[in-house]
Design a binder for this molecule. Structure first.
Ligand code: CA
Length: 425
């Protein structure tokens, strides 16, 4: 099979996340224009859609200049699925190796293409609401075995309900934003009352997230069969977690401050259209879910995922984990069907986290909590470094990609560096 090639040479590298088959959407600014605007990643470049629109090279139903000169993708996403498809088709054509309109117009090309290395990437959407699920059977089993009964690790509701909680949208940040170690209440096992302290068990959660593209009305559930129509695309997501704060506060209403200090997402939203070739069958579900959680066909996606950690004084990042999104027990469609079954509405830009993604092996775990058995068995990173939990100065990077035939559909990276806690008087 001949893979479609682009005249943007860097996009044709089989290891490049941003092939012409991908075309993820994001928000960027650079020295040529300090205003944040809509771009599409191609190779090591960004295609400026506001320039294409002004040059009348994009004909997207309902779009005007403001759609692409906007500091968020929400207006574009609101145009709907037909507009997303039209934009993707037209950009694909403009970037194909044999298409001359943009390729051979040096003046236009210099205004429309910008080096990623020179650009600042911003949070791609305004996020009205953030929900985080708990849908990896391996992760839920590992955590249940650590804190409850290894022989009865899953709670009785786990295989009936895509478990989730309402998170905090205000602290979702884009990759590259530094993350401050939180302070809070910690209950030490040998003391009667909690202490006030900087978090001592700061952790990562390797997740993906999906972005709502088609809203739903209050009181109207989304059907599982067509729930994917409501999804614009996916990102990588690190749900930073303060395990010691969480252990004390989570009874009876679930995590609160342990999860609200930061959630990092990758800057490029990979569309469901780009992910379509990587659709695979989800794991078998037993017992069969209740009717409103049933869907026919394949609803998982084969997305390779990695987590890396770079200690402040280390020469390079070291791999913590290699797993895959396809292991998830509950699908995104089931998560959305369950989220809305009560009548809860969703808005454009809402972010839904998958839950920590752990695979079946020791090198495929999505959190340090699981890797270090809650600190009992520190992880060897190589080069003499070990970790039970994150230390100040540690930089964590998530990566994700789908392997096509001679190309990748990748997510880029999702990075955050830990700053010391604020000293409270
Ligand atoms: Ca989580």
């Amino acid at each position: 099979m001949t893979t479609t090639q682009s005249w943007v040479e860097s996009a044709n590298d089989a290891q490049c996340d941003f092939s012409i088959q991908n075309l993820p959407f994001g928000i960027f600014s650079d020295a040529s224009n300090r205003e944040a605007r809509v771009g599409v990643a191609i190779g090591n470049q960004i295609l400026d859609l506001s320039v294409l629109q002004a040059a009348k090279l994009l004909k997207v139903p309902g779009a005007n200049h403001a759609t692409f000169a906007s500091p968020t993708l929400n207006s574009f996403i609101a145009l709907g699925k037909a507009a997303w498809a039209a934009t993707r088709t037209q950009i694909t054509t403009l970037l194909q190796a044999d298409h001359t309109t943009l390729r051979d117009d040096a003046a236009l090309r210099s205004r429309a293409l910008h080096k990623q290395a020179d650009a600042t990437l911003h949070l791609p959407v305004h996020i009205p609401g953030y929900t985080d699920f708990y849908s990896s059977e391996e992760h839920a089993t590992n955590v249940g075995a650590l804190f409850r009964d290894p022989n009865n690790a899953l709670m009785p509701n786990w295989k009936e309900i895509p478990i989730g909680y309402n998170g905090r949208a205000s602290s979702v940040v884009v990759s590259g934003t530094e993350v401050r170690r939180p302070n809070g209440q910690i209950k030490l096992p040998n003391q009667e009352r909690p202490v006030f302290s900087a978090c001592r068990k700061l952790d990562i959660e390797l997740e993906t997230g999906f972005i709502i593209g088609q809203p739903s009305k209050l009181g109207t559930p989304i059907r599982c069969e067509n729930a994917e129509d409501h999804i614009f695309g996916m990102v990588l997501l690190n749900d930073w977690s303060a395990r010691d704060i969480q252990a004390w506060e989570y009874v009876p209403l679930g995590p609160f401050n342990a999860k609200t200090f930061a959630t990092t997402i990758s800057p490029w939203i990979v569309t469901m259209a780009a992910l379509e070739p990587f659709r695979v069958q989800q794991p078998a579900q037993a017992p069969e879910p209740l009717q409103y959680l049933r869907h026919s066909g394949s609803h998982a996606f084969d997305i390779q995922l990695e987590a890396y950690l770079k200690p402040a004084d280390a020469a390079q990042a070291m791999r913590l984990s290699h797993t895959n999104f396809k292991y998830m027990y509950w699908t995104m469609a089931q998560q959305l069907a369950h989220h809305s079954i009560s009548g809860c509405n969703t808005n454009i830009g809402d972010l839904m986290g998958s839950g920590t993604i752990s695979g079946p092996t020791r090198d495929s775990l999505g959190s340090l909590l699981e890797m270090s058995l809650n600190g009992k068995s520190p992880v060897s990173l190589g080069s003499g470094y070990t970790r039970s939990f994150l230390e100040d100065g540690d930089e964590v990077t998530l990566k994700g990609w789908c392997n096509g035939d001679g190309y990748r559909v990748g997510f880029g990276s999702c990075t955050g560096k830990i700053l010391p806690a604020i000293k409270m008087a």
